[in-house]
Design a binder for this molecule. Structure first.
Ligand code: EPZ
Length: 417
């Protein structure tokens, strides 16, 4: 199994280009199911999760072109097999995003329940409840959701909690439903705005994307479109956190600072000098970071997907930080691994109390999920000596060319077997 070997304690210097957003690309790929015409995408990141989604869609009959220079074309001329099997759903929960589009397009779908997850229970009850309100019949049998509907009907749906993929699933179902759907308490993440953008260029009528109320007027059919996937705000934030922890001066290109408000605010509070212009962000960290406390929240609050990386920075900061996780109940797995590097962390319920130490020391650690792994990379870059991170297949799911990009910034990092 591949490992990542990092010799830390060196500042990062240089320029790196941010890839397209994984969490925008995945739902947008599912939107290809909504039309028989071609959907041409640019800025699609080369990631394991993108390949898994392509495999899932291909199994249903979607024609997938070769991925070159970030381009990917998908065409669902016929959807012969509206099913998402367990072996794919269990490796990538985002597979559940086919449920809404399949119901809308084919009137039926068979999608495996995702099962357990390393970061929390992650049920899909809100997806199911919303589709049922639109007239779908959904039963669960032998681990699969069997859904059917003649044609979905618009409905007013108040989501019990803020869910990103839940909002995306219902939005994609509603675009082909009969009548108007109003989604209240919808998620406001920038990836939802990107999905709405592509759906609109396919002919959908959606208002309010990026706010808590979405209004979707169903149409009979959608057409093909071309779309550029938004930049990855979590990849951007991960590089920013790495610089804040290890020091240095870096320019990120191909990104969008306006999607990163809370992360930039926290890293600035830690002492990083950050400025943004157009698609570029410059960061300089000349001193040891100051500890910053945070509490994760739905957008525009501080992203749960950035919690591990900023906690890693807090481990070497001056002062004590309280890091509270409110979205997922088991998202502190990295804390135990950070302790192996010498971090001083005490966990009380959903809050980690991180007392910064002068220096972390490299050690062998294990990646447990995607962002936990990213946190360990940040810590490894800041630590003195060698850190070896095992199970980095988690990183390959969500970070394009991570070690190449960090090497370009002067990090000593290599993939080893
Ligand atoms: C999305 O997951 C992201 N995945 C996650 O990114 C991200 O951590 C998460 O949103 C929160 O921002 C994609 O976009 C593909 P949720 P999602 O539904 O949609 C509960 C990464 O590392 N909930 O917003 O699955 C749920 O258990 C990943 O890139 C229900 O109770 O997350 C959680 O506590 C990991 N019932 C909370 O809501 C439901 O029906 C928010 O989850 C749905 C969710």
């Amino acid at each position: 199994m591949d490992k990542l070997r990092i010799t830390g304690g060196r500042p990062l210097e240089g320029e790196v280009r941010v890839s397209g957003a994984k969490n925008a690309a995945l739902p947008i790929m599912c939107a290809a199911l909504l039309t028989d015409q071609a959907l041409a995408l640019d800025n699609v990141p080369r990631l394991m999760d993108v390949r898994t989604m392509a495999k899932l869609l291909a199994q249903m009959g979607v024609r997938i072109g070769a991925q070159e220079d970030g381009r990917l074309e998908l065409q669902a001329a016929v959807v012969g097999h509206p099913e998402a099997p367990y072996d794919l759903v269990k490796t990538m929960r985002a597979s559940v995003l086919v449920l809404g589009p399949l119901l809308a397009r084919c009137g039926r779908a068979r999608v495996s329940l995702p099962g357990g997850c390393a970061i929390g229970a992650r049920p899909v009850d809100q997806h199911v409840k919303g589709l049922q309100a639109m007239g779908a019949e959904i039963s669960v049998e032998r681990g699969y959701m069997n859904a059917s509907a003649r044609r979905l009907r618009g409905a007013r749906i108040v989501m019990d909690l803020v869910t990103v993929t839940g909002t995306e699933n219902l939005m994609m179902a509603a675009v082909l439903a009969e009548g108007t759907t109003v989604l209240e308490n919808a998620a406001c993440e920038p990836e939802i705005v990107d999905l709405a953008r592509v759906l609109r260029s396919m002919g959908a009528r959606i208002e309010g994307a990026g706010t808590t109320t979405l209004r979707i007027e169903g149409v009979r059919a959608l057409q093909g479109a071309r779309h550029r996937v938004m930049p990855d705000r979590i990849e951007t934030g991960t590089y920013l956190a790495a610089v804040a922890a290890a020091g240095g001066k870096v320019t990120l290109t191909g990104t969008a600072a306006d999607t990163l408000g809370a992360t930039i605010d926290k890293l600035s509070d830690a002492g990083a000098r950050i400025s943004a212009q157009g698609e570029r962000i410059d960061i300089e960290m000349a001193s040891r970071p100051r500890a910053v406390s945070l509490s994760t929240a739905p957008y525009p609050g501080f992203a749960t997907d950035m919690q591990a990386q900023v906690m890693a920075m807090d481990c070497v900061a001056d002062g004590t930080a309280h890091v509270t996780e409110t979205i997922f109940e088991n998202r502190f797995m990295h804390a135990l691994e950070l302790q192996r590097l010498g971090a001083d962390i005490v966990i009380h319920g959903n809050t980690a109390i991180v007392k910064g130490v002068e220096r972390l020391q490299g050690a062998n650690v294990m990646a447990t999920d995607l962002r936990a792994s990213a946190g360990l990379v940040v810590a490894g870059l800041a630590a003195q000596g060698e850190t070896v991170i095992d199970r980095i297949y988690h990183l390959d799911r969500g970070y394009e060319a991570l070690e190449d990009k960090l090497s370009r910034l002067g990090a000593k990092i290599a993939r080893v077997r």
